[in-house]
Design a protein around this ligand. Structure first.
Ligand code: NAG
Ligand code: NAG
Ligand code: NAG
Ligand code: NAG
Ligand code: NAG
Ligand code: NAG
Ligand code: NAG
Length: 261
């Protein structure tokens, strides 16, 4: 096998390791702020919720100046200057500044909350408010930020009307958007194996499997012996040579192996 093939194998390893960490399948709605994946791991937004009648994510502005607020598990109310009642006991409220007064939009109450996973594997929490055959829908993409102590809500805002529905998009990036086994609470990182430990275990299992299969292949199929039992030995034994001669491996070969992938 040549250098290019080896480099390609390593890129494929890296990609497959990255994908092992993502969740697959659907996430079934358990409560308005928790869902469970097919393999039993849970996403639970409870810790992001305020219980005092105010939204935990309040008055976040999009590019057009519309102002959004969201509270995951407990309803909140905003009463406007004209005793506006639209955002009473809602999960998501949008305020559009206007003349003579601001407009309030109910973008969904708790009982409309639905979790789903789209074709790209992105977990989404969607609220829907129907009035007169017309719908407004808040679609919050949940992005797992493993070790972040901060939570971010970014507003993409109002999308073009489609099929009598206007979708309002946002993205939450938070450790609370991560899926975890019910016995492992992300608030207590020491309780379970961290992402790094799982990565190391997977990496070393893959290296172990590569060596075992490789040695067996060299011994039984290619009938090699001694140091030549080491799979891809031409490649591995050439590495010390690169360092001795002060050359960088791979990257300096003409039309570099990385570039040609
Ligand atoms: C979500 O977390 C809250 C508080 O930590 C807990 O009371 C609730 O049972 C959890 N829900 C699920 C479905 O695990
Ligand atoms: C509100 O959100 C912040 C992060 O945005 C979180 O740390 C906090 O626990 C949440 N809950 C309350 C009751 O404020
Ligand atoms: C957010 O906006 C609402 C409605 O304009 C207002 O009632 C509320 O006090 C604001 N909250 C914060 C934290 O600024
Ligand atoms: C809003 O409601 C309060 C009490 O319900 C009332 O006193 C006030 O006059 C109302 N304001 C407007 C602008 O209607
Ligand atoms: C909002 O919720 C409060 C507390 O649960 C309730 O007393 C009130 O009637 C609700 N208002 C509306 C308009 O549903
Ligand atoms: C999936 O990802 C592709 C490429 O990034 C994007 O064009 C497409 O809109 C995504 N689909 C959904 C449903 O988000
Ligand atoms: C339009 O919305 C209706 C009701 O929500 C749904 O049944 C239908 O499949 C939608 N059509 C398209 C093209 O998305």
């Amino acid at each position: 096998m040549g250098l290019k093939t080896n480099a390609l194998i390593f890129v494929l390893f890296a990609i497959s390791i990255a994908e092992i960490r993502g969740q697959v399948g659907q996430c079934t709605t358990l409560t308005p702020c928790a869902c469970v994946y097919d393999d039993g791991v849970i996403v639970n937004l409870t810790s992001l919720s305020r219980n005092d009648g105010f939204p935990n994510f309040s008055n976040k502005t999009d590019n057009h100046g519309d102002v959004y607020s969201w509270n995951p598990c407990t309803p909140f109310s905003y009463v406007g200057p004209k005793n506006n009642t639209e955002c009473t006991n809602v999960s998501v409220c949008m305020v559009r500044h206007g003349f003579p007064s601001d407009l309030y939009f109910n973008l969904g109450t708790e009982d409309s909350a639905q979790f789903s996973v789209d074709v790209n594997g992105t977990l989404k929490l969607t609220y829907t408010k129907t009035e007169d055959g017309f719908q407004r829908s808040a679609e919050i993409s949940l992005q797992c930020l493993d070790s972040s102590v901060f939570d971010f809500l970014v507003i993409q805002g109002e999308q073009d009307i489609n099929n009598d529905t206007i979708v309002y998009k946002m993205t939450l990036a938070s450790k609370w958007a991560c899926a975890y086994a019910p016995k492992i609470d992300p608030a207590l990182p020491s309780a379970g194996l961290g992402g790094g430990a799982i990565f190391a275990i997977v990496l070393f299992s893959l290296i172990g499997g590569y060596l075992l299969l490789g040695v067996a292949y060299q011994a039984f199929v290619k009938k090699e012996s001694g140091a030549r039992l080491c799979p891809n030995h031409e490649f591995w034994f050439s590495i010390p040579g690169y360092f001795k001669s002060g050359k960088k491996p791979l990257s300096e070969t003409k039309g570099g192996a990385y570039e040609s992938i």
